[in-house]
Design a protein around this ligand. Structure first.
Ligand code: ACO
Length: 436
């Protein structure tokens, strides 16, 4: 590494017994310094042990920065609050992919390029018809995104920068179409083709909620809300799904397959499935007077129950996205004239109680973005099974941006973690007749 990307004059000394090694310390532009242990095994014959990667930087990146203690999230240096307040999602996509905010001409060109790729190969619709109607839309999404590599062979050569860019634009453009198709299929309605004179969010809402027998009028407040939800979810540095995309991509797999891997990882309730789980939990709580009972359960070490939508691996302060999400939630409910949403009442009260409770305060457990996004998405008309699909849609640009950054890094190598082996030592095979 040269001085522009992180060398520091400092080093760390590792001492094992009476031997010592100097390990270089690298510094980023902001955030903690990192101890470079890349040569540790070669020099010492030892690995490091860090399950869950709580102290391990697996890559160098210039895309997204989180300060979890201060509750800061920056995309390419810009605070999430400013991007969500003033920009639109495709502007954020441009920023994440190219590193700078677009000029008006660049934005118009980018919007045009994305818009012209919104349709999917017509045979994809037949592919959809092979799924059961009651399949979870995430299972349909993970399969259909993986299938894109069977349809767009001309953009799977990862060594060609032009093909990489076309694949990136295709992914951003087609994921709303596939997400809407997954939804339409699950409710037995016909697929709705994209309409290219609409903006990204409005087009998505129309593909989800219009039917051929009626005119669909996009409500600008609702489409602005969904656009903001997309911006808030667009990237989040090296989380589980993004790391999955990078790891899958490190072997040279094509971008469609890598994004499908990211979608699979996102599906889990500890990650992207949390807003679905948070809403289910609010429903299970059912009324404000039952909140203490659930708080008690969340604190009980013998009860696996956790308050869904609370806590975050990185944020040990209020998640900055949660504040914007909370405001968006109130805007959407106001626009739809939903005065009394019992789940919102439970959410507000639960948040109030938890933020005062010693258990949550001590552990720095704050509401995360998923706490209010479920209520908002439900009000917009999405069933809970679609929540993670919307997250995947928005995160696709982050995954693609991180994948592209990795492929374009000259120092990139296949990802290959090591392990602390605690199984049996070598032993001789015993034929079955002689086993006891
Ligand atoms: N409810 C009750 N207790 C909790 C919660 C919670 N939601 N989250 C963490 N804790 C407690 C743990 O029991 C642990 O307590 P202990 O120190 O007494 O053992 C302590 O807080 C630390 O928890 P960890 O699990 O070590 O924290 P970690 O950083 O590994 O987990 C996670 C983060 C997975 C998000 C966790 O907080 C959680 O499960 N939250 C609920 C699910 C959720 O909302 N996920 C969404 C994440 S955001 C996203 O993906 C967009």
């Amino acid at each position: 590494m040269d001085a522009s990307n992180g060398t520091s004059a400092k080093s760390a000394t590792l001492t094992i017994g009476d031997e010592s090694w100097e390990l270089p310390i690298l510094n980023g532009t902001i955030g903690p310094d990192v101890i470079d242990i890349g040569k540790l095994y070669a020099q010492t014959g030892k690995f490091t042990y860090d399950p869950g990667f709580t102290s391990t930087a697996a890559c160098e990146s210039q895309i997204t920065y989180i300060d979890g203690d201060e509750g800061i999230l920056l995309y390419r240096g810009y605070p999430i609050e400013q991007l969500a307040e003033t920009g639109d999602f495709l502007e954020t996509c441009y920023l994440l992919l190219y590193g700078e905010l677009p000029t008006a001409a660049q934005k118009a060109d980018f919007d045009y390029r994305v818009t012209r790729h919104t349709m999917v190969h017509e045979q994809m619709s037949r592919f959809f018809h092979g799924f059961r109607r009651d399949a979870h839309p995430m299972s349909v999404l993970v399969a259909s995104v993986g299938a894109l590599s069977a349809f767009y062979h001309d953009s799977t050569d990862i060594s060609d920068p032009q093909q990489r860019m076309i694949a990136s634009i295709r992914m951003i453009a087609k994921i709303p179409t596939l997400a809407a198709m997954a939804y339409k299929y699950s409710i037995g309605q016909p697929f709705v083709y994209p309409k290219n004179d609409l903006d990204y969010a409005s087009n998505f809402l129309r593909m989800c909620f219009s039917v051929p027998c009626e005119e669909y009028k996009v409500n600008p407040i609702l489409s602005r809300a969904i656009d903001r939800i997309f911006i808030l979810h667009a990237d989040h540095e090296q989380n589980a799904s993004t790391s999955t995309v990078r790891l899958a991509g490190s072997s040279g797999a094509n971008p469609f397959a890598c994004i499908a891997a990211g979608i699979a990882c996102l599906w889990g309730p500890a990650h992207g499935g949390a807003n679905e789980a948070a809403l289910k939990m609010l429903g299970e709580i059912g009324s404000v007077d039952r909140i203490p009972e659930f708080i008690k359960r969340a604190k009980d070490k013998n009860d696996p129950f956790r308050l869904m939508g609370f806590g975050h691996r990185v944020y040990k302060n209020y998640d900055p996205r949660a504040k914007i999400m909370q405001r968006t939630c109130h805007e959407v409910l106001g626009e739809l004239g939903i005065q009394d949403d019992p789940l919102l009442d439970i959410a507000v009260e639960l948040e109030r109680i938890a933020l005062q409770d010693e258990y949550f305060v001590e552990r720095k457990l704050y509401p995360n973005i998923d706490f209010y996004s479920g209520i908002t998405l439900r009000a917009l008309g999405f069933p809970t099974s679609m929540f993670t699909v919307l997250f995947a849609l928005a995160r696709t640009v982050g995954w693609i941006g991180q994948w592209k950054e990795m492929i374009e890094d000259p120092g990139q190598r296949i990802g290959r973690p090591r392990q602390l082996y605690t199984g049996d030592v070598a032993r001789d095979y015993v034929p079955i007749a002689r086993r006891k």
